[in-house]
Every structure is written in C-alpha cells, then in structure tokens.
Design a protein around this ligand. Sequence first.
Ligand SMILES: Cc1cc2nc3c(=O)[nH]c(=O)nc-3n(C[C@H](O)[C@H](O)[C@H](O)COP(=O)(O)OP(=O)(O)OC[C@H]3O[C@@H](n4cnc5c(N)ncnc54)[C@H](O)[C@@H]3O)c2cc1C
Ligand code: SF4
Length: 510
Amino acid sequence: MTIRHLRLVLGDQLSFENPVLQEGDPEHDLVLMAEVVEETRYVRHNRHKLVLVLSAMRHFARELESAGWRVLYIDLGSQCPSLFDALVRTVEDTQPEAVCCTEPGEYRLRRAMADWTRALDVPFELLSDTRFLASHGDFREWAAGRKQLRMEYFYRDMRQRYGLLLDGDGGPEGGRWNYDRENRAGWRGEDVPPPREGTSPDALTRAVIREVDERFADCPGDLSEFAWAVTREDAEAELEAFCRRRLSRFGHYQDALADGEPWLFHSRLSAYLNIGLLEPLAVCRRVESAWRAGDCELAAAEGFIRQILGWREYVRGIYWLEMPGYRERNALSAHRPLPPWFWTGDTDMRCLSQALEQSLSLGYAHHIQRLMVIGNFALLAGLSVEAVCEWYLGVYVDAFEWVELPNTLGMALHADNGLMASKPYAASGKYVQRQGDHCRHCRYDPRRVTGEGACPYNALYWHFIDRHRQRFSGNPRMKLVLANWQRKPAAERRAITDWGEVLLSRLEAE
Ligand SMILES: Cc1cc2nc3c(=O)[nH]c(=O)nc-3n(C[C@H](O)[C@H](O)[C@H](O)COP(=O)(O)OP(=O)(O)OC[C@H]3O[C@@H](n4cnc5c(N)ncnc54)[C@H](O)[C@@H]3O)c2cc1C
Ligand code: SF4
C-alpha cells in the first residue's frame, strides 16, 4: 500500500491536537513513533520521566490505532540509535511521498532536523506547534523594541487575548491583574494536604517500569513510587482531583516549604502539559470555571493561571528568542563543580536534603524548592551553570529544555544577567525559615551566620553579595541589600566572608 505522508510523532507531542495529526489523513498516512537510544540518553533522565514518556507513547500509539491510524512503533528493544535512523529506515521501507513532524520543543533536535531536510531522499516538512498559546512570532512581536522583557506585561496581554479572568469591561476580575502578595504564606502546619491521588500503573506501564529498571539502573528514580498518569483520560482525572481537593489552598501555600510534604497543594500537572496529555488553555479555563463556581478564591485561580498562561508561555518565548546563545551564558562566572551529594541528597542541610531526595526519588520538587532551596544554594555557592542545568534537565519528570533552561539558567542562577529576573533570587536561611518548618528539624541554626552550627545559607548569601557587589551596584533593586551589607562593621563582614570561604572550600573538597 502506498503511503502519502509519513507523520513523525515525538514523545512530548502525544495529543490529537498535534498539528501533524490534525493535518493528516489516517487512510493514506502512516504515523511513526520511536523509542530511540539518543533520546533516552542525551542526559541522565530520571526513571520516572522515562517511564512516563515511554508508557504514555505506547498508550497513545494504541489510541491512535483505535482511532483508525496506522502506526509504526519502534520500541526500546530494537536499540534504534536515533530518530534520524528510525526515519531513514522507515522511509526506505515504506517509500512515502513526504515526511512531516511538528516542530520539536528542544533546540538540539530542531538543529538536527535542519540537516534531515538535506539528508532525506523525500521532502521533510516541519509544522508550527499550535499547542502553545503564544507562537514564536507572537513572542518576538511582543518583545520587539522593549528594554525589559517583564513577564507581568506579557501575562496581562495574554489574559486579554484569551479572555481569562476578565470582568465585563475587559479589565481584570477583582480589579487587579496579580494576586502574588496574597500567595506567599509560610507553612505553619494548619492545613493537611490531601494524600497524592495519583494513578495506579496498568499492565502496560508495569511492563515499561520493569524495562526501565533493567536498562536504566544508572539513573535516579524510585519506581516503586510511580503514580503518574500516562493517558489523557487519567491526566484529566488528576486535573479534576486538583480542582476539587487542592486548588482552594494552592494560592495560599504556593510559596510554602513543608517538612516531609513533597507535594503540598501543588497541581503536579506540568509533565502532562509538557508531553501533550493536557492542553494549557483547557486547564486554565477549567480553573477559571472553578473560581466562577465559587470553589476557590480569586487569588488561587489567578495565581495558578498566571503560572501557565504567563510563566510557561513566557519561558518558552525567551528560550526560542535567545537560543542557541542562551545556553552558553554564565554572567556570574559560576564554575564550581556540583558536590556529589546532589546525586544522593546526603547533606545535613535539611531543606536541601529533602528537596534533593524527593527530586531524585520522585522526579518532582515544587517551584519554591527548585528556586529558593536548590537553585538558591547553587546560585550562592557559584556552582557551574552548565552542570546545574544538566542536573535539572535530568532529574525532573517535567524537564524539557525549552522550559528547564530559562527557569534554571535565567531565573534561578541569574546567568543571563537579568534578562528574565530583574534581581537575583538570592536569599539567606531566613527566607527558608519564614516559609516553612524545615529549620526546626535541622542541625543548623538559621539565626547564626558563622561557625560550625550556623546555617550555611547565611554566610554563603553574604559571600555572594560581597563577591558580586560591583556588578550589583548598578541595579536599583539591589541597593538596599548592598547598603545593609556595607553597614555591617568591617570585622563582621570579614568574619562572614572568611566563613563563606571555608564553606566553599569544603564543598570543593567533597
Ligand atoms: C530552577 C527551575 C527549574 C524548573 N524546571 C522546570 C521544568 O523542567 N519543567 C517544567 O515544566 N517546569 C519547570 N520549572 C517550573 C516549575 O517549578 C514547575 O513547572 C512546577 O514546579 C511543576 O509542578 P506543578 O505541576 O505541581 O506546578 P504548580 O505549582 O501546580 O503550577 C501549575 C503549573 O504552572 C506551570 N508553571 C509554574 N511555574 C512555571 C515556570 N516557572 N515555568 C513554566 N511553567 C510553570 C506548570 O505547568 C505547572 O504545572 C522550573 C522552575 C525552576 C525554578
Ligand atoms: S537552618 Fe539553614 S540549612 Fe537548615 S533547614 Fe534552615 S535554611 Fe535549611
């Protein structure tokens, strides 16, 4: 039978809304899906992510077949080296008139695809990914001529464009665009987060778990805890559970840090959005309708929608605007190697060990853990930007470079010199203490700055401020911090930076 188009579907494009399927014709076209060595090995992926993506791919292939598509599926067992190999092999076997694919999310693959056009014997077409709410062109247009690319203004435009949380006059519901101030409560243990609903693995997922456990023994991740949804139906059920049970407290505890609580009131939907099981606009509309039905406060709904309509689209825009150079940026010259305990969580710093351990074993940490615990430590200690970005790209179940890189390199490490954040997200132990209860369980004292029992974040914070004081002196948002530092007596400053040096040299010796 002749094939008109060979339609390549990537592991993070598992949606019937995928343009390559939307434009397709099940009668004449063939879908190709491939589990290839290169994609599973380009970074040390968490086993949760491997199982999630591979199982979701296998489930999606079945759904496609049920919907009448012919699917050629190359699985891990065939040890196919790369997507290009899979494609060449299939083109030879099936002789399609043309090959097409929706543009990939990561630059590395996009670049490789540019060569495919020349190397394949048939035409190769890339389609725009319409599953995002701002196209590359939209973002470029928004960014053009602006001195500063502030997320807040982008977000307001997006709210208006999609009519989300607007009142009858087209203004923001409640009279304000942003309820961030209401969403910064610390954790005092007054509420009990509901247990993780999750999804029990079915037979297909259990088979993938066994395979991944065998083949990827060198990767992090405790698969006895695997409870991610791998189908649209189950991901939608998790969205519903979130709206019913956690959304109402989501905003209040968005920035909280709770000892022994890996999930708190967060949605855990990022991975589903990123691989195509959920659509961003549908998720935002569902949350808006929960607010309109009186199921949550405006601050919770707004806070949540801002993350998806605002941050998620904005970081993608930044990534494609700035790549490939973005990846090389290292404005603060951070080159210190990652301490080995980043791969075990074995440190006495309680906040950090919990965040690292759950990242490694569950493939998940919530935003404040990623930004203000792990990222903040990496920033203060001047850990290598490249190594930290690679670590983040590996450990999280939702990690794809278009979203991971701007968040890590830009937001957490300030390595883009403030393109994304007008001041570094640097904080001492006081912040962690204010936001939760880790410090009560820690061997370090968050009130002390120097000496063996002092919280390491404190001296490292001031050491960071001191070593970059020249650079930060031109930043109005850093004025107060610098003035506070300068106000300390010289002997105290000296004692703090000396202790910071001791901590940094210990890190290097580990
Ligand atoms: C250093 C660092 C690295 C990160 N790496 C990733 C990554 O690889 N993949 C990823 O999807 N997110 C990443 N984030 C953003 C954010 O931390 C995660 O999306 C969020 O923690 C996922 O958990 P959740 O679904 O429970 O989110 P919730 O707290 O419930 O938030 C709701 C949704 O908003 C979106 N969202 C929230 N914040 C952001 C953000 N800053 N950028 C983009 N989307 C956002 C996500 O889709 C998320 O599901 C990173 C953040 C930081 C600081
Ligand atoms: S004392 Fe410092 S290291 Fe310990 S939990 Fe608090 S902030 Fe973290």
